[in-house]
Design a protein around this ligand. Structure first.
Ligand SMILES: *Cc1c(COP(=O)(O)O)cnc(C)c1O
Length: 455
C-alpha cells in the first residue's frame, strides 16, 4: 500500500478501467421512460436513429451493469488517462481544517476537461456506423473542443453551435475548436429554422444551450450522413464518464482511504455522475457510507428549485420528453461565467437518483465560487474552470464545518477542468466587477408555466 500522505495518487496505464459502469442496473427502480414529443408514448430505438448510431442507442437503454470499452477508445484515452487523484495538503492547511481534501483532476485531457471521456467513444461509434459529420452545441466551449478533437481522431467533420454569450466572452475556445478542425457558429444563427425563429423575436438574444441544441439537432435530422452528439444529460454520456469514478476508487484503495463526502458541480450532470456513480454502487451494496452532494449555480438551480417534470431538452421542442429537474425549456439563465452550468434541465438519471434520496444538492452564488477558485489557485496551483469552482465552494464549506466540529472527514471533489481559457472571468472577479444573479421567483414561475401540460 502507498503512503497515505502522498500528494498525488497515480495509476499505471495497465490499471486503467476496461469497462464503463451502468448505475441503472443497481438502482431500486428504473428511471421513468423517455417520451416521444408528438405521440407522448415511450420512444423506441427507431425514434432516435436519425440522430444517433444504434450502438449508442443501445447503451442509452441498456440494463447491463458493465459495458466493455472498445480497444480503439482505450488507445485514445491513454493520451491522458488514468488521470491523477490529488490530496490538497496546501488548501487543507490554509483552511485550518482537520478534514482531508482530495480532488480528481480531469484538466489533463486534450480539451482541458472531462468532456473527451465521452467525445472519444461517441466519435468512434459514429465513425464505425459510416457517419461523415457530427453536429453539436457548446456552452463555454469545452464540449465543442472535446468533440472536434475526438472527431479528428476518427476522421469525422465536426460542426458546433456555441451559445452567443460564451462565443463573445471566450474567443480562444473558437480558435481551439478550429485548430482541431471543427467549424463553429454563434447560436442563435441564421443557418437554421430554430435559430432564425429566436432571432426574429429577439435579435440580441444571448442564446442558451437549449437554443443551440435545437440548431444542431435540426441540421443532423435533415442530413442522413450527419449525426448529433450530446456532451451531457443522456445515459450513455454518464456511462462513458464513469471511468473517472472507477479510477478514483482504485486510487483510494491504493492509499487505504475512503471518502465520507463527495461534491461535484452539475450542469447536465455528466462529470458529477461520472465521478460519483461507481461510489454510489459501493454505497448501494453496503460497502461504503458516503454523502454525495451536487453543487449548482444560484442563477440556474435546476435541482434545488426546478420542478421534477417531463420537459424538452431543447428550446424549440424537437427532442424527446425526459422526466427531469427542469427550470422550463424556454428558461434563459443570466449569462454567468460558468457557461457549462447554464442548462435548464438535469440528467434524468441524476434527477431520478435525487428523487430516490441518494444524493443531496446545494446552490452557490457566483462570487463565492470565484473566491473558492482563487483560493484553490493560490494554494494548489491550478486555476480551475468556473464550473468546478461551484464544487470547490461546497467542498470548502464542508471543510470549514469540519473545523468547527473537529471531524477529520475525507472529502473528495471533482476538479473537472482547468480555467486557462476562462481567464477573462477571473479578470472580472479580480477587478471587483463580478455580480451575483439571484433568480426571482416570478421569473422562475414564468419559465415553469411553459412546461408541457398533461404529463
Ligand atoms: C461541460 C462542463 C461542465 C458541465 O457539464 P456536466 O455534464 O454537468 O459535467 C462542468 N465543468 C466543466 C469543466 C465542463 O466542461
Amino acid at each position: 500500500m502507498m503512503d497515505r500522505n502522498v500528494t498525488k495518487v497515480l495509476l499505471d496505464e495497465s490499471e486503467m478501467p476496461r469497462r464503463w459502469y451502468n448505475l441503472v442496473a443497481d438502482l431500486p427502480s428504473a428511471p421513468p421512460p423517455v417520451l416521444h414529443p408528438g405521440t407522448r408514448a415511450p420512444i423506441g430505438p427507431d425514434d432516435l436513429a436519425p440522430l444517433f448510431p444504434m450502438s449508442l442507442i443501445e447503451q442509452e437503454v441498456t440494463a447491463e451493469r458493465y459495458v466493455d470499452i472498445p480497444e480503439d477508445v482505450l488507445d485514445v484515452y491513454r493520451l491522458w488517462r488514468p488521470s491523477p487523484l490529488y490530496r490538497a495538503h496546501r488548501l487543507e492547511k490554509a483552511l485550518g481544517t482537520p478534514a482531508q481534501i482530495y480532488y480528481k483532476y480531469e484538466g489533463v485531457s486534450p480539451a482541458g476537461s472531462h468532456k473527451p471521456n465521452t467525445a472519444v467513444p461517441q466519435a468512434y461509434y459514429n465513425a464505425r456506423a459510416g457517419i461523415r459529420r457530427l453536429t453539436t452545441e457548446t456552452g463555454a466551449g469545452q464540449w465543442g473542443t472535446a468533440l472536434s478533437f475526438a472527431a479528428a481522431q476518427f476522421g469525422l467533420e465536426c460542426e458546433v453551435w456555441q451559445v452567443r454569450s460564451s462565443y463573445d466572452q471566450k474567443p480562444y475556445r473558437k480558435i481551439m475548436i478550429e485548430t482541431f478542425g471543427g467549424v463553429i457558429h454563434p447560436s442563435p444563427s441564421t443557418l437554421t429554422e430554430a435559430g432564425r425563429a429566436v432571432l426574429e423575436k429577439d435579435p440580441g438574444s444571448p442564446g442558451s444551450l437549449g437554443i443551440a441544441i435545437s440548431e444542431a439537432v435540426e441540421v443532423a435530422a435533415g442530413h442522413p450522413d450527419t449525426n448529433y452528439a450530446l456532451g451531457s444529460v443522456l445515459n450513455h454520456v454518464l456511462l462513458h464518464q464513469t471511468v473517472i469514478g472507477e479510477e478514483a476508487l482504485l486510487q483510494f484503495a491504493k492509499i487505504g482511504v475512503t471518502p465520507d463526502v463527495i461534491v461535484g458541480c452539475t450542469g447536465g450532470g455528466s462529470n458529477f455522475g461520472g465521478l460519483t456513480f461507481p461510489f454510489l454502487r459501493e454505497k448501494l451494496a453496503g460497502r461504503l457510507d458516503v454523502t454525495i452532494r451536487a453543487a449548482e449555480p444560484v442563477s440556474c438551480p435546476s435541482l434545488t428549485r426546478g420542478r421534477y417534470a417531463y420537459d424538452f431538452g431543447d428550446t424549440a421542442g424537437l427532442t424527446p420528453l425526459m422526466k427531469m429537474h427542469t427550470l422550463g425549456h424556454d428558461f434563459i439563465p443570466d449569462p454567468i461565467h460558468a457557461g457549462g452550468l447554464r442548462y435548464h434541465g438535469m440528467s434524468p438519471l441524476i434527477s431520478h437518483v435525487y428523487e430516490l434520496g441518494l444524493i443531496e444538492a446545494v446552490a452557490v452564488p457566483q462570487s463565492e465560487c470565484f473566491a473558492a477558485g482563487v483560493r484553490f489557485a493560490r494554494t494548489e496551483g491550478i486555476v480551475p474552470a468556473p464550473e468546478p469552482t461551484h464544487a470547490l465552494a461546497a467542498c470548502i464549506e464542508e471543510a470549514l464545518r469540519c473545523r468547527e466540529t473537529g471531524e477529520p472527514k475525507v472529502i473528495l471533489t471533482a476538479l473537472c477542468g482547468h480555467g486557462h481559457l476562462d481567464l477573462a472571468a477571473y479578470g472580472a472577479y479580480l477587478a471587483g466587477e463580478m455580480t451575483d444573479h439571484a433568480l426571482p421567483a416570478d421569473q422562475l414561475d414564468a419559465a415553469l408555466a411553459g412546461l408541457p401540460q398533461a404529463l
